[in-house]
Design a protein around this ligand. Structure first.
Ligand SMILES: CC(C)(COP(=O)(O)OP(=O)(O)OC[C@H]1O[C@@H](n2cnc3c(N)ncnc32)[C@H](O)[C@@H]1OP(=O)(O)O)[C@@H](O)C(=O)NCCC(=O)NCCS
Length: 399
């Protein structure tokens, strides 16, 4: 089978892409067409042709992701699909490998995705690097507090202040997305149905907001669930105010359901009855270090950190990443360059995949060592653990 990797033409290839995506995700053609044409940037669409026939799609979504408090440019991968009759013949491997080579050429430091199946992406050098939870709590268990600020309806003029509210806190959450138009559009105009937005004003602008869709239960009498596409608060008063506002739905609403990156969410510490909160693991997200030295240099580290570690990394798909890398931290500022001649007994040796999971704080180098996924002396592993501490990851957004 002769495979080629292409930037498809909207004019000629749209129907073929829609057909692949419909068959991959059991979606209706109108919805898929609307997604590709109106929600996505077509310039991110890639296809693989097998003997001239459009056989596979994927979509590249440039954004950023916070690690160690700093935003790292990231390309999200979505819409990976292969025609049913061509599956199991290496087309998925091929299109992922080509997309990663393209990202590497373009200097992209990292890439993330939500996997429907893990092995394909592990083969491409991604590793599970964080979780995505659905949080659920009965609305009647939300606090009804006095002395909080009122919520008011969101208007389009509020959008910048809403983004500020998210941005004020996002960098504190390991793996939170630096959102672009694509993610904000998913929050404001959810595919599942129209949302109403509400905001809480405070001295520093909007201090909390929620975008809500009311999902009526078929059991009648108008009882319903409230599905939030996003809830954020950037101050304790904001969190208490938005929770008190949401409690006002309690006469008719059953559960409040909202997405969260990890076990913690900015509003959950303010719940008075957290035992009513349930969390369901919806997915893991996976991370790929595409340009390893850039990825290491661009992420944040503990302020005032002074350290050096040598990482001896193996990357079967992107050989540019293979080798010994010296990561140097001076007062929290990082550089990463090819290590001087070695090898040395102080080196930490690992695959690029496990390093991605350490990078995000999903596993500690010491756990990875205990599992046999990393080799190296204890003092070097402890240094790496201090630089990239294991922390709750929190990618709030699905893409
Ligand atoms: C998942 C999908 C893209 C894989 O494409 P494909 O062309 O069949 O994949 P390949 O033949 O290149 O196989 C890639 C590797 O992943 C493994 N793999 C592929 N599909 C798999 C599956 N459904 N379950 C487990 N492993 C799978 C293969 O064993 C192969 O491993 P190998 O290289 O060691 O042999 C394709 O099956 C598909 O379109 N599925 C429906 C939509 C979907 O799930 N998309 C992914 C969304 S994140």
């Amino acid at each position: 089978m002769n495979l080629t990797y292409e930037c498809p033409s909207k004019e000629h290839d749209l129907d073929a892409c829609v057909s692949i995506l419909c068959q991959a995700f059991a979606s209706a053609p109108e919805g898929v067409k609307d997604w590709i044409v109106n929600k996505c940037d077509w310039r991110g669409m890639r296809t693989a042709r097998a003997d001239g026939r459009t056989a596979a799609t994927l979509l590249l979504l440039p954004m950023g992701q916070y690690f160690g408090g700093s935003p790292v440019p990231m390309v999200g991968v979505a819409g990976v699909g292969v025609l049913p009759d061509l599956r199991g013949r290496g087309v998925g491997n091929y299109i992922m490998a080509q997309a990663l080579r393209e990202m590497r050429r373009d200097g992209v430091p990292i890439s993330s995705l939500y996997p429907a199946t893990v092995y394909l992406y592990q083969r491409s050098g991604y590793e599970r690097a964080g979780s995505h939870f659905e949080h659920r709590i009965p609305v009647t268990r939300l606090p009804q507090l006095r002395g909080v600020s009122p919520a008011r309806p969101f208007t389009p003029e509020d959008l910048d202040a809403v983004k500020d509210c998210y941005n004020r806190g996002a960098h504190l959450w390991e793996g939170a997305v630096q959102r672009g138009t694509y993610i904000w559009d998913r929050i404001l105009h959810a595919r599942a149905g129209p949302c109403n937005g509400f905001v809480v004003d405070g001295p520093s602008g909007i201090e909390a907001y929620a975008f809500l869709r009311q999902d009526r239960q078929s059991s009648a009498f108008g009882r319903h669930e409230i599905h939030a596409t996003d809830i954020q608060a950037s101050s304790p008063l904001g969190a208490r105010s938005i929770l008190t506002f949401l409690a006002g739905y309690g006469s008719m609403a059953e559960d409040l359901v909202f997405p969260g990156g990890g076990a913690l969410h900015p509003i959950t510490p303010f719940l008075p009855e957290h035992r009513w909160l349930s969390l369901r693991l919806k997915d893991y997200w996976m991370l790929r270090l595409v340009d390893l030295p850039r990825a290491l240099a661009l992420r944040g580290y503990p302020a005032h950190a002074r350290a050096q570690v040598v990482l001896d990394v193996r990357d079967d798909l992107l050989p540019e990443n293979t080798g010994r890398w010296l990561l140097t931290l001076r007062d929290g500022h990082a550089t990463c360059a090819a290590a001087p001649a070695g090898p040395s007994d102080d080196d930490i040796r690992c695959d690029v995949r496990v390093l991605a999971a350490i990078y995000s704080g999903f596993i500690s180098p010491l756990c990875a060592y205990a599992q046999g996924a990393v080799q190296g002396p204890m003092h070097a592993l402890e240094t790496l653990a201090a630089l990239m501490p294991q922390r709750p990851t929190a990618c709030f957004d699905f893409f």
